[in-house]
Design a protein. Structure first.
Length: 271
C-alpha cells in the first residue's frame, strides 16, 4: 500500500466538496494525475492488485476529508467566503507553471493547441453564467429523486476526473449540491449510497475516455486541461473585496494558495 497517498487523498477530498474547484486540478499539482487515470483503468487488468495499492490509500484520504471537513468548509463559506475563495484561486493559478513545464509548451505547442486552450477556457468560464437558483435541500425522497441523485453523481464524478471542471459545481447547477452535502453532514446513508454508486460508475467511464486521449493525443489533451484550469479561475473569482481590511486578508490568502501549490509541487517533484 502506498500510504503516502492518504495525505494526497486528504487534499483532493477537501477540494472536491468546494463548488468551482476540481480535485483533478489538485491531482495535477500533486503529480499523480496520469497515474490516477491509469490506476482506475488498471482495475480491470491483470495488475489490478498493484493499482489497488495506489487507489485504496487515496480513497481513504478522500473519504476522511469529505466527511470530516464538510461542516468546516460550510462554515468558511458562510462567514469568510471571499478570503476562502481567494486561497483556492491562488492554488489554481499556482498549478499553471507546472502544467506549462510538464508539456514543454514552448517546444511542443502548435497553433491548434493554443486554440484548444481557448476553447477549454471559454467552456469552463461560461459556467459562471449559470444561475443555480432554487438549490434547496430535497427532503421528499422518491424513486425519481434517487434516479436524479444517481445520474447527478455520474455527471459530477465525470467532472472530478477533468482538471478545472468541478464536480461540486455541476451538482450545484443541477440542483442537488446542498442535498448531498447535507446528507454527508448528517450521515443520511440512502442518499450517500445512491449518489456514491453514480460517482463510482462515472469515474470509471470518464477515466477510460481520458486515458484514451492521454495515450493518443497527449499534448492536445493537456492543452485542453490547461484551458479548463484557466477558465476555472473565472468561476472561482469571488469579486473584489469591499473593504481595505478584507482586501488585505484576501491578498494574504491568495498568496497562501500560491505558496501551497508551490510547496505541494516541490514535495512531489522530490519524491
Amino acid at each position: 500500500m502506498e500510504w503516502k497517498n492518504i495525505y494526497r487523498g486528504l487534499v483532493m477530498g477537501t477540494i472536491e466538496v468546494i463548488p468551482g474547484i476540481s480535485s483533478g486540478t489538485v491531482a495535477v499539482v500533486l503529480g499523480i494525475y496520469e497515474r490516477l487515470i491509469a490506476a482506475i483503468n488498471g482495475l480491470f487488468s491483470k495488475e489490478w492488485k498493484k493499482h489497488l495499492n495506489f487507489l485504496i490509500p487515496l480513497g481513504i484520504g478522500m473519504v476522511i476529508a469529505i466527511f470530516s471537513l464538510a461542516r468546516l468548509l460550510e462554515w468558511l463559506f458562510d462567514y469568510h467566503p471571499g478570503p476562502t475563495l481567494f486561497f483556492f484561486l491562488g492554488l489554481i493559478i499556482g498549478v499553471l507553471p507546472y502544467l506549462f513545464n510538464k508539456v514543454d509548451i514552448k517546444n511542443t505547442f502548435k497553433a491548434r493547441h493554443y486554440l484548444l486552450i481557448m476553447i477549454g477556457a471559454v467552456f469552463i468560464a461560461s459556467m459562471d453564467f449559470f444561475n443555480p437558483g432554487g438549490n434547496e435541500v430535497i427532503t421528499n425522497m422518491t424513486f425519481s429523486t434517487y434516479m436524479l441523485l444517481f445520474f447527478s453523481g455520474m455527471i459530477g464524478s465525470a467532472a472530478m476526473i477533468l482538471p478545472g471542471l468541478s464536480g461540486s459545481f455541476l451538482l450545484l447547477v443541477i440542483g442537488v449540491y446542498y442535498t448531498v452535502i447535507g446528507a454527508i453532514s448528517n450521515l443520511l446513508f440512502d442518499i450517500i449510497i445512491v449518489t456514491g454508486l453514480g460517482i463510482a460508475i462515472g469515474i470509471v467511464v470518464m477515466s477510460k475516455i481520458v486515458h484514451f486521449f492521454l495515450q493518443n493525443y497527449h499534448t492536445g489533451t493537456f492543452a485542453l486541461v490547461i484551458g479548463f484550469v484557466i477558465g476555472s479561475t473565472v468561476v472561482v473569482f469571488p469579486g473584489w473585496a469591499e473593504t481595505v481590511p478584507l482586501m488585505i486578508v484576501s491578498i494574504v490568502t491568495f498568496a497562501a494558495g500560491l505558496a501551497m501549490a508551490y510547496i505541494l509541487g516541490r514535495v512531489e517533484y522530490k519524491e
